[in-house]
Design a protein around this ligand. Structure first.
Ligand code: SAH
Ligand code: SF4
Ligand code: F3S
Length: 446
């Protein structure tokens, strides 16, 4: 087989990053090696995100550029196949091949185990749309990575749960990713062990609602994510466990206890709240109040006092008044987030939010977003400065920008720069944090 090259571009959340890695691994078995230049690729795969309007629009402008590239290559007598994967693929399906004639195939997040067959059909001249939810389990049909598969680095993602049954009124995920499904324990443990064999020291468990994960444990009992973390912590060589994204309603006692009992479970929790106003939380269908969220965080902090809290916020949900928005600012002060993501509400066709009267004007959204982000940045800086003087174990992940520097992550997920020999990547070393500069920490080896 002639060597072929694939260029993969990933948009959206970490689950897409994970899916891109799995697709790259399965393409390696078909003879494709990754390239970082699209104009050099025999296959270009765009893994897309549908969460906000702009994310989806980007896909079409990207496809416009690729169409030109494909034409240039054709003029040189070479071919380039173009595929669209991910949540836009799932949501728009046939519409993509209609709007973007250069696209050869469209493949959904639940069907990408059929990628090799789709490619065969494409080379036979077909245009392929594979977005029907598969009855078979894609994970059971994806081959394990080949022995000589590229190294994964020190930190890797592992999807344990997919889909969402929550139907927040602003969100497309339940429609693009389907209903909540948990992968079985045995499958997860086997994949984690393979990652550790490939040099991985830190695993981040992924799911649209990762803490909704449940499954039958080795002891015959029904496990939640807390028990799963305990099981994974037993794997020799696996030093750190993280998980994301969590829903407040699925934060059960055993997971909170795991934060107290498991040193491998890092003290960082991404727990989106979206709004601090009960009225808006109700309209968003989040199924909890601001008070319940704050009480939950108090219980988590009792279990693990140094936990770094992170969150997601939406400003300008339909009907959001100035008072509602101020309740969100109040929530930020009450929690003191170490980091957070914040977005302007984006109307998504097909979601209940899109039907609501009282859409907030764009200018108001922009103004609120700016006020919120100023406050969040202040808390982030305060949290980082509070780390100065602390002694921590640092997992060394990759070379830094300057000679002799290595970058790792603090337990609280901040990048930490330290002077150390690069031969130590993958090691965990004790350091003292000496400085906080914008989003990075600087440390000295002890
Ligand atoms: N399952 C996670 C969130 C997944 S989507 C949870 O429930 O917390 C990631 C983030 O994108 C959300 O937390 C939300 O803040 C943002 N988001 C989702 N839909 C959006 C929309 N229509 N407009 C703006 N932001 C949105
Ligand atoms: Fe979207 Fe809500 Fe599900 Fe999160 S919980 S993925 S925000 S519907
Ligand atoms: Fe985007 Fe799909 Fe993730 S819509 S955020 S890529 S689940």
């Amino acid at each position: 087989m002639a060597p072929r090259k694939v260029f993969v571009k990933t948009y959206g959340c970490q689950m897409n990053v994970y899916d891109s890695e799995r697709m790259t691994d399965s393409l390696a078995r078909e003879g494709y090696t990754p390239t970082d230049r699209p104009d050099d690729a025999d296959l270009v795969l765009i893994n897309t995100c549908h969460i906000r309007e702009r994310a989806a629009e980007k896909v079409y402008s990207e496809l416009g550029r690729l169409r030109d590239m494909k034409a240039e290559r054709a003029a040189e007598g070479r071919t380039m196949a173009i595929g669209v994967a991910g949540c836009v693929a799932q949501a728009e399906g046939e519409e993509i091949v209609r709007r973007a004639p250069a696209v050869d195939f469209v493949i959904g997040p639940q069907t990408y185990h059929r990628l090799p067959q789709a490619l065969k059909r494409v080379s036979a001249g077909e245009r392929v749309v594979e977005t029907e939810y598969a009855v078979e389990d894609k994970f059971a049909h994806l081959p394990a990575p080949a022995k000589d598969a590229p190294k994964r680095g020190v930190s890797a993602f592992l999807t344990v749960q997919e889909g969402c049954d929550k139907f927040c009124t602003f969100c497309v995920v339940p429609y693009t990713r389907g209903s909540e499904v948990s992968r079985p324990v045995g499958q997860i443990v086997a994949e984690a062990e393979r990652l550790v064999e490939r040099g991985v020291r830190e695993i981040t468990l992924l799911g649209q609602n990762v803490n909704a994960w449940h499954g039958k444990g080795a002891d015959g009992r029904e496990w939640g994510l807390g028990e799963l973390c305990h099981r994974l912590a037993n794997i020799d060589g696996l030093e750190r466990i993280r998980y994301t994204t969590s829903h407040p309603r699925d934060m059960d006692d055993s997971l909170i206890a795991a934060h107290r009992d498991l040193p491998e479970l890092m003290p960082y929790l991404h727990l989106p709240v979206q709004s601090g106003s009960d009225r808006i939380l109700k309209a968003m269908n989040r199924h909890h109040t601001a008070r319940e969220y704050l009480d939950l965080i108090e219980r988590i902090r009792t279990a693990r006092p140094d936990i770094a809290m992170s969150g997601d916020f939406i400003v300008g949900f339909p009907g959001e008044s100035e008072a509602d928005f101020e309740a969100t600012l109040g929530m930020v002060d009450a929690v003191g987030y170490a980091s957070a993501f914040s977005f302007k509400y984006s109307t998504r066709p097909g979601t209940p939010g899109a039907e609501l009267a009282d859409q907030v004007p764009e200018a108001v959204k922009s103004e609120r977003l700016q006020r919120l982000q100023t406050k969040l940045a202040e808390h982030q800086r305060r949290f980082a400065e509070g780390c100065v003087g602390k002694r921590i174990d640092l997992l060394l992940e990759k070379p830094g920008r300057h000679e002799g520097q290595i970058v790792g992550r603090s337990p609280w997920l901040q990048p930490v720069v330290v002077e150390a020999r690069s031969s130590r990547i993958g090691d965990t070393i004790p350091v003292e944090i000496v400085r906080a500069v914008s989003n990075s920490l600087f440390a000295e080896a002890l």
